[in-house]
Design a protein around this ligand. Structure first.
Ligand code: NCD
Length: 337
């Protein structure tokens, strides 16, 4: 029987990665059910790393056509997917970074119609999508006949970011379990932290999380409940200094300004922003081998001086996105076995 993962919103289903990646969508981090799936993916990512480091692009995706539809701004996810496709010889990438400005979405077209239209007009083999609604990638996968790759949906999921973040931990720390992982900032609206915490429970039966945030931006209760069910130990605090010295990984995030919509919320945003700033002075309290990660963009929460610190890995982290997205495109289209 094919195992599936159900959307928490309306019951749309996607297949788990049991039995492999070929022809499947990557919509939710919950599709990863076993560490062996991640090991497989990372073995391919290492091969991709060698291709890029040797500057030897190849033709693995030569026959493939890919569409990229972004309904939210992006610097890294958009370009690294585009570059990943091209490093693997994809000749036909139809990439639209401004769906909300330039497509018929402006005229009120629904997501299901857009997805089915793009499939027809481009004859694509896969669609990469970023969208502000939580259910968007599930919906797209439900109406597409080709794999959907979720480049970030709403406040809940950013599975390809979690893959690159975990790959960064693996490459930098040499292991993925037994680590004390601190997640700092906007844990309420941020999607990267939710996906990363969940993928860590697949590779570590007893992960140790420190969720550090202002009270109003705490990790949602249902996420905490799920992580605990999966064996995680969770410490929640507002006090970064108290726990900093214990951490092996510090994953920093920005306060997600776009979700603070009303005048009162905007006032709250101004109050919250600047509450945590990672500086060289603060990092004196951290372990020498701790790594500082950030999905970026940063808007002041890590000072530029920290970039010189060998523990700052957020620039390399983006490059890991190129390698892991090459691996994902190859595996999901079935061109890499
Ligand atoms: C993140 C996102 O879109 O969720 N960006 C990214 O993909 N690296 C993080 C953010 O916007 O804060």
């Amino acid at each position: 029987m094919t195992k599936t993962v159900k959307s928490p919103i309306n019951g749309y289903k996607v297949k788990t990665f049991d039995g492999g990646f070929r022809s499947k969508s990557m919509v939710s981090i919950n599709q990863f059910t076993k560490a062996s799936q991640i090991n497989k993916l990372f073995a391919v990512a290492k091969r991709m790393e060698r291709i890029v480091k040797a500057r030897k692009p190849n033709k693995i995706l030569n026959e493939v056509t890919i569409a990229e539809l972004f309904y939210q701004p992006s610097t890294r996810t958009f370009t690294s997917f585009l570059a990943a496709a091209r490093w693997l010889g994809c000749q036909r990438v139809i990439a639209i970074p401004g769906m909300t400005a330039y497509s018929s979405v402006v005229k009120g077209e629904s997501l299901r119609d857009t997805i089915q239209s793009i499939e027809q007009t481009t004859a694509c083999d896969a669609i990469i999508i970023r969208h502000p609604e939580n259910n968007s990638a599930y919906e797209a996968a439900n109406f597409a006949s080709v794999p959907i790759l979720n480049g970030g949906s709403g406040k809940l999921e950013h599975p390809t970011q979690a893959v690159l973040d975990l790959y960064t931990i693996y490459r930098k720390m040499g292991k993925m379990k037994g680590l004390k992982v601190g997640m700092l900032g906007d844990l309420k609206y941020g999607r990267t932290v939710k996906s990363l915490a969940k993928i860590l429970t697949v590779v570590d039966k007893n992960p140790n999380f420190y969720f550090i945030s202002p009270k109003v931006l705490k990790m949602p209760r249902e996420e905490i409940k799920l992580l605990k069910q999966r064996g995680a130990e969770v410490t929640e605090t507002e006090n970064l200094k108290k726990v900093l010295g214990d951490l092996d990984v510090l994953y920093v995030t920005r306060i997600q300004k776009e979700w603070f919509k009303t005048a009162a919320q905007q006032r709250l945003y101004k109050k919250l922003k600047g509450q945590y700033i990672i500086s060289p002075k603060l990092l004196k309290k951290a372990k020498k081998k701790m790594i500082v990660m950030h999905p970026l963009p940063r808007v002041g929460e890590i000072s530029y001086e920290v970039d010189e610190d060998s523990r700052a890995v957020y620039f390399e982290e983006m490059r890991m996105g190129l390698y892991t997205r090459m691996a994902l495109l190859g595996l999901l289209t079935g061109k890499i076995k």
